[in-house]
Write a protein that binds this ligand. Structure first.
Ligand code: SF4
Length: 442
C-alpha cells in the first residue's frame, strides 16, 4: 500500500515556501498521495526522500506482460486484498501443461482442443490464456514440441524446462512471441536469468517458500531481471493459499518489493474434480496464473465463470445497453417481454426466448444493472420507468398489439403499469426457465 498524505508530509521540508504551487507542504503531500502531481514540483527534497517517494509511486505488485498481439496476457498491478475494497484488476491467466513426450499427433490434438475452449457468458467472451510445454526428454524433442505448439496456437506459451540448451532453443524459436520462462531456481539462477535478459522474456522465480523466493527475486533484480512471476512450489491447498495470501499481503501492506510480483500456481491433480477445486481456490486467492493438465470443457467453463465473477467490479454490475432487442424474425404480432438491463437477467431471458424458437421482443429497462427484484425494491424498476422505456424505444411503432409480459416476481405492479402504459399486462413466469412453455401457450 502506498504512503498516506500524512506519511508523505512527514518527509517534506515543512517550510510552506509555495514553490510547488501549493499553499502548504501538507496540501502538496495530499496531492502527491493521490498521484495528482509529481515529486519534481518540490525542488527541496533530499535524494533520500526522492528515492522513497519514487518507490512509493510504483505499483505494489508489478504489471507483467507476456505473449503478443491480441492474446497478450497482463497480470499483476493489483492494489487490494479484498475485492469489496476496490476491485481486482487483472484476471488470472488460465493455462494448460503439455508434456513433450506425447506424440506430435497427440500434442496437436490437445492444443486444438485448448484453442476451442472459448465461451460466451452474459455478453462477454471467456477465453483461456496459456499453453505450457514441459520437457521430459532431450532438448531436441522439447524444441520440436515448442515449434509444433507455436504454429498450432496463438495463446501465450510457457517454456517449462531446467535445461539451458532446450530453453535457449525454445526462446530462439519464439522470438517476438514473448513467452514465459519457467523457472529460475537457486540452482540455475545465473544461467536462466542471462537467457531471460537476452530474450527480454518474463521469468518465473521458484523457491520452496516465500523467504527463498524473496531472496532470489532480489538477486534477479540486481542483475536487471525485473519481469518476474513468483512461485512457491507444489504444496497442499491450505499451505499454498497461505503462501499466495502472505505474498500478496507482504507486497501490499508491508511494501515488500521483493514479493511485489504476480504469482503462479501449478496444479498436478489427476482427479479432474479435485483439479478444478484446487484451481478455483488459487484463482480466488491470489494466483496471477494457474497451470493445470485437464482440458475438459466442463472443467474450464466452471473456472472461466468463476474467474469472471471474481474479477467483475463488485460496485459495477455487468450491464447491457437498455433498449428494444428483436430476437429472431420478429413481426408486429411478436410478444414483448420486459426485463432489466442486468446482464445476467437479460441473457437468461434471451437464452429461454431463443430456446422457445418463438420470435419476440425483449425490452431491457435501465435499472443501473440491477436484477428484477433488487431493482423493484430499489424503485428502479417501476411502472413509470417501464412506461418511459416503452416510449423511448418505440415499441408502439414496432408492434400492432397492446400486450406486455412482465416477470412473475413483479406481478404486484401489473395494475399500475396497465394504467400508466395503456398496455394490457400479462404476468409471465417467475423463473426464466418457464418462458418457452409460457410463450408457446401465449
Ligand atoms: S515546494 Fe516543497 S517545501 Fe515548498 S511548499 Fe511545496 S512541498 Fe513544501
Amino acid at each position: 500500500m502506498g504512503l498516506s498524505g500524512l506519511d508523505i508530509y512527514k518527509l517534506l521540508p515543512k517550510t510552506n515556501c509555495r514553490e510547488c504551487g501549493f499553499a502548504t507542504c501538507l496540501a502538496f503531500a495530499m496531492q502527491l498521495a493521490k498521484k495528482a502531481v509529481g515529486i519534481d514540483k518540490c525542488p527541496h527534497l533530499t535524494a533520500e526522500v526522492q528515492d522513497k517517494l519514487e518507490a512509493q509511486a510504483l505499483p505494489p505488485i508489478k504489471l507483467i506482460t507476456m505473449g503478443s498481439g491480441d492474446k497478450r496476457l497482463e497480470i499483476g498491478n493489483e492494489t487490494v486484498m479484498f475485492r469489496h475494497e476496490e476491485k481486482f484488476h487483472r484476471p488470472t491467466g488460465i493455462g494448460f501443461i503439455l508434456e513433450d513426450n506425447l506424440s506430435d499427433g497427440e500434442i496437436k490434438a490437445k492444443v486444438e482442443k485448448i484453442n476451442q475452449l472459448k465461451f460466451e457468458r452474459v455478453g462477454q467472451s471467456l477465453e483461456v490464456n496459456l499453453v505450457a510445454i514441459r520437457q521430459n526428454n532431450g532438448s531436441a524433442r522439447f524444441i520440436d514440441a515448442v515449434r509444433l505448439v507455436s504454429i498450432t496456437t496463438p495463446l501465450v506459451l510457457v517454456l517449462m524446462t531446467n535445461d539451458a540448451q532446450a530453453l535457449k532453443g525454445g526462446l530462439e524459436l519464439l522470438k517476438g512471441r514473448n513467452p514465459l520462462v519457467y523457472h529460475a531456481t537457486k540452482e540455475n539462477l545465473n544461467e536462466v536469468s542471462k537467457l531471460a535478459k537476452e530474450y527480454k522474456a518474463p521469468l518465473v522465480v521458484y523457491g520452496e517458500d516465500l523467504e527463498q523466493v524473496s531472496g532470489l527475486a532480489v538477486a534477479l533484480a540486481s542483475q536487471g531481471v525485473n519481469d518476474l512471476v513468483i512461485e512457491t512450489g507444489k504444496k497442499g491447498i491450505c499451505e499454498k493459499i497461505g503462501d499466495l495470501t502472505q505474498g500478496r499481503r507482504l507486497a501490499l501492506k508491508k511494501s515488500d518489493r521483493s514479493l511485489g510480483y504476480p504469482s503462479l500456481a501449478v496444479i498436478e491433480q489427476d482427479d479432474p474434480y479435485e483439479e478444478v477445486q484446487e484451481a478455483a481456490s488459487y484463482i480466488s486467492k491470489y494466483a496471477g496464473i494457474i497451470l493445470m493438465k485437464g482440458v475438459q470443457p466442463w472443467q474450464v467453463l466452471a473456472l472461466l465463470t468463476f474467474r469472471q465473477n471474481i474479477y467483475t467490479d463488485p460496485q459495477k454490475p455487468l450491464q447491457i445497453e437498455p433498449k428494444l432487442y428483436p430476437i429472431g424474425q420478429v413481426n408486429d404480432k411478436s410478444p414483448v417481454l420486459i426485463t432489466t438491463n442486468f446482464s445476467l437477467s437479460y441473457y437468461t431471458v434471451l437464452g429461454e426466448v431463443e430456446a422457445s424458437k418463438i420470435p419476440a421482443y425483449i425490452i431491457s429497462v435501465d435499472t443501473e444493472g440491477m436484477s428484477v427484484l433488487t431493482a423493484w425494491a430499489a424503485e428502479k424498476f417501476t411502472p413509470h420507468k417501464i412506461t418511459e422505456s416503452l416510449n423511448k424505444f418505440g415499441i408502439k411503432e414496432a408492434v400492432s398489439h397492446k400486450q406486455l409480459v412482465i416477470p412473475g416476481y413483479v406481478a404486484v405492479m401489473s395494475g399500475e403499469l396497465q394504467d400508466e402504459s395503456g398496455f394490457e399486462i400479462i404476468v409471465g413466469p417467475k423463473e426464466a426457465a418457464g418462458i418457452p412453455a409460457f410463450l408457446k401457450n401465449l
